[in-house]
Write a new protein. Structure first.
Length: 371
């Protein structure tokens, strides 16, 4: 019997496939692999190496701590820190040889103050074309870039981020095009003022949806891990899921009609059946929202999750004729026999997105790389 409570097997060959797929979709643009949030829950360092093997030319993270982890893991590729820095974060970013995103005067002041001849500042100016989060207004973008240059920074990138790239239909589907128009208007002046600047806007959805959004580089995250940015079957876009989350039946119990499983007695057996107890719970990333609202794979078939999800355990109804006993493999995400459960399916049950499903798989679930 496998002694682990559960494991997440990370298929690096699948990740290389996805990277190559995205690189093709980007045309001649560079693929920047986004490995923030521990590689969307998959393991940042291993996934970064695999992405580079698959055709990525650079990496992106959200924090200086994530960048330092990549460097400690032996990665020497270009790394862009996309979220705002503060305090000593500017110095640490430059010490790690990273490029940084600036979207306001505080960012420019912080990075230029931290720069030195042996630690030059290379910055990407972020423009808010409609996302409504970070970035400078389009009319002020050149002024911010000039301030960075005057402070000694090298302006190497111009970027924006799409708010609705994943919406191919519906009332907001056209907003991505509006953002593209606003962004495009800035590019000629920036290319004239900063020759060699790298222009980038596309996330995974935009890369797969619109070749016009590629520019010089695309920043792909979720699709790299084999999840659909559109919430559909990943195979529709020739993507292969990278994570398989497995556990086991810790024990199997005979239930008679009306017996209950779990806190609150939210489920009671409607007939005699076998109930398996699986050692995963919300502390492992199996959301409480999935109480009486999910299926897992056992013996190559789907069985329902029953009762309230606990911190460490779930229960599944194996059925009256079940022959499985303790030790049998349980697949939470991935394929078993001819059946499979995708992150997109789980996300729909939770009224969420696949990003949250994989990111939520907690550190106590051991990652095992394959391929």
């Amino acid at each position: 019997m496998n002694e682990a409570r559960s494991t997440a097997v990370i298929d690096l060959q699948a990740l290389r496939h996805n990277a190559a797929r995205l690189a093709r979709a980007a045309g001649g643009a560079e693929l920047m692999a986004v490995v923030k949030a521990n590689g969307y829950g998959h393991g940042a360092v291993d996934c970064a190496f695999a992405a580079l093997d698959g055709g990525a030319g650079s990496l992106a993270v959200a924090s200086v701590e994530e960048a330092e982890e990549l460097r400690l893991g032996g990665l020497t590729a270009r790394v862009l820190i996309m979220s705002p820095l503060a305090g000593a974060g500017f110095t640490r970013a430059l010490a790690a040889g990273c490029e940084v995103v600036v979207g306001d005067g505080d960012g420019v002041e912080g990075i230029t103050a931290a720069a030195s001849p042996d630690r030059p500042a290379r910055v990407h100016v972020e423009v808010d074309t409609g996302m409504g989060r970070l970035g400078v207004a389009p009319d002020d973008a050149m002024q911010l870039a000039e301030a960075a240059a005057a402070g000694g920074a090298e302006v190497v990138g111009l970027m924006t981020h799409f708010a609705t790239a994943d919406e191919r239909e519906g009332p907001e589907a056209g907003f991505m095009r509006e953002q593209l128009v606003r962004f495009r208007q800035l590019i000629p002046a920036f290319r004239d003022r900063f020759p060699g600047i790298q222009v980038h806007a596309a996330n995974s959805a935009a890369t797969l949806r619109d070749p016009d959004a590629a520019f010089d580089m695309v920043r792909c995250g979720i699709a790299l891990y084999g999840c659909s940015p559109f919430g559909r079957d990943p195979s529709d876009d020739d993507l292969v899921p990278v994570m398989t989350w497995r556990s086991r039946l810790a024990t199997v119990k005979a239930f008679t009609s009306r017996m209950s499983a779990g806190y609150g007695r939210t489920w009671r057996a409607s007939r005699g059946t076998w109930v398996g107890i699986v050692p995963v719970g919300y502390a492992d990333g199996f959301s409480r929202d999935l109480s009486n609202n999910d299926e897992v794979l056992v013996g190559g078939r789907r069985v329902p999750v029953v009762g309230t999800v606990s911190m460490d355990l779930i229960a599944v109804d194996l059925g009256p004729e079940a022959e499985e006993r303790g030790g049998e493999e349980v697949v939470i995400l991935g394929r078993q026999g001819t059946e499979r459960i995708t992150a997109e399916e789980v996300a729909r049950r939770r009224a969420s997105i696949s990003y949250e499903v994989t990111c939520a798989v907690s550190p106590r679930v051991a990652r095992i790389t394959a391929g």
